[in-house]
Design a protein around this ligand. Structure first.
Ligand code: DQA
Length: 142
């Protein structure tokens, strides 16, 4: 079971950026937690962070994986290209947001990708990625 985890723009700043929204865990620490849990669950994980919409689209199209966990960050609210890539590839995916996008500015309330993913986790902090990993494991084990 291979899981691809995609972090969108500005998530490289995790731990330094708007700590009240995104917490103090750095991207490196979070990625270590993801790799560790994936190993415990007997799954392989590949993690990519990109600030570029095109690179995220390429990763969705070109990487090999059974399940995608994606935080498209600001592209959640703007990117028809990412939505179309998810829809075209048709692999099961979970959308993760560290903050609760529905409690924030109105422009964050609309996700263009939520209609083409299995589910969404929003507002549970960086633990959302670990919960998504457990859900992916349960879904793939069925
Ligand atoms: C985010 C929420 C987005 O609105 C924002 O642009 C981000 C991060 C989150 O994880 O809470 O960069 O996806």
């Amino acid at each position: 079971m291979k899981i691809l985890v995609l972090h969108g723009p500005n998530l490289n700043l995790l731990g330094n950026r708007e700590i009240e929204q995104y917490g103090s865990v750095s991207l490196d620490e979070l990625n270590k937690q993801i790799y560790r849990l994936a190993q415990e669950l007997g799954m392989m994980a590949e993690i990519i962070q990109s600030n570029s919409e095109g690179e995220l689209v390429n990763a969705i199209q070109e990487r090999e994986y059974d399940f995608l966990i994606i935080n498209p960050a600001a592209y959640t609210h703007t990117s028809i290209a990412i939505r179309d890539a998810l829809s075209a590839v048709g692999k099961p995916a979970i959308e993760v947001h560290i903050s609760n996008i529905y409690k924030r500015e109105e422009f964050r309330h609309k996700s263009l990708v939520s209609e083409v993913v299995k589910g969404q986790i929003s507002g549970l902090g960086t633990d959302g990625y670990l919960l998504a990993l457990r859900a992916a494991h349960n879904i793939l084990s069925k």
